[in-house]
Design a protein around this ligand. Structure first.
Ligand SMILES: C[S@@+](CC[C@H](N)C(=O)[O-])C[C@H]1O[C@@H](n2cnc3c(N)ncnc32)[C@H](O)[C@@H]1O
Length: 282
């Protein structure tokens, strides 16, 4: 078999934290261009979209009223091309966009160049806020650096140790700081990841936490996703010292006709696809 061209094999097996980070960094570096090409228009260059359902922070105000964001230090975890951070900057906040993937952060620079707006740096190639290449399980910031933290599907579905991310976010937040993150709704784990009717059939146990892994012909992990049940996520949040303020399950709106991976109007109208946790640091 030609190892360089064969498709990765999808399996369910354990994948360590280091193994998952290494694989996912390479996967996002390799797939960032295609991801931005496929989803960039829906995400918008400077919108804050929480999920494929299209819930927008401008209307949801899960981080608080937009008018209260001015002057706030905000960490975006797993920022991708940092579209959310660009929206935050436009509200007068001081975002820092962190991501594991160099190529995703290159797209943040590209967006800075594309619109040439007032948030751009002096040479027109900077987004006007820091981009940080790092792993969400080891945040390179001093304790108490931020007022708010957010993540729209960044890092948490992909890390083997989400409790480490929780503890790290708590450490870098100031007391009373809000931490809002969206992830794939845990219910989806049990269903086939298909946008059509096949995606309405239970295929696996919701309670089976064995990671979803794609591996190459030599058995090396090239992509990993990690499952937490709803209860696991709540325990991660509370165990790290946060108070859970709300759990938002966005409903699929009529205007949204897109299919994004396993997300679709068909499934969205019947079962939740996204869970958004609104937490506050004690
Ligand atoms: C689905 S994208 C979400 C980004 C953005 N909110 C969006 O909707 O495009 C997931 C992002 O998480 C990043 N990521 C994955 N694992 C990470 C980790 N351990 N630490 C930091 N970022 C990570 C990926 O590089 C990717 O950019």
């Amino acid at each position: 078999m030609d190892e360089t061209t064969s498709e990765p094999e999808a399996v369910r097996r354990p994948a360590s934290g280091t193994e998952s980070s290494r694989a996912n960094r390479a996967w996002w570096d390799e797939n960032a261009d295609e991801y931005q090409q496929d989803h960039g228009a829906f995400l918008g260059d400077a919108r804050f979209v929480w999920c494929p359902e299209g819930l927008d922070e401008a209307e949801a105000e899960l981080l608080g009223p937009a008018s209260a964001l001015r002057g706030r230090d905000v960490l975006e975890v797993g920022a991708g091309a940092a579209q959310c951070s660009r929206w935050l900057a436009a509200q007068g906040a001081r975002p820092v966009a962190l991501d594991l993937s160099h190529r995703q952060l290159r797209h943040a620079l590209r967006l800075g160049r594309a619109d040439g707006g007032p948030d751009d740096g002096p040479d027109g190639s900077e987004p006007g806020f820091p981009l940080v290449e790092a792993d969400a399980t080891a945040l390179p910031f001093a304790a108490g650096s931020f007022d708010l933290a957010c993540s729209a599907f960044g890092a948490l579905p992909f890390v083997a140790e989400p409790d480490r991310v929780m503890r790290e976010v708590r450490r870098v937040l100031r007391p009373g700081g809000r931490w809002v993150f969206s992830v794939t709704h845990p219910l989806r784990w049990a269903l086939a990841d298909e946008p059509g009717p096949a995606g309405l059939t239970v295929l696996a146990s919701y309670f089976d936490r064995t990671p979803y892994v794609e591996q190459d012909a030599r058995g090396r992990t090239v992509y990993a996703e990690h499952h937490r049940t709803l209860g696991d996520r709540v325990r991660d949040v509370v165990g790290a010292g946060f108070r859970l303020v709300d759990l938002v399950e966005p409903e699929w709106p009529d205007w949204n006709q897109q299919v994004w991976g396993g997300w679709s109007p068909l499934r969205g109208r019947l079962v939740p696809g996204t869970a958004i946790f609104v937490c506050e640091r004690g």
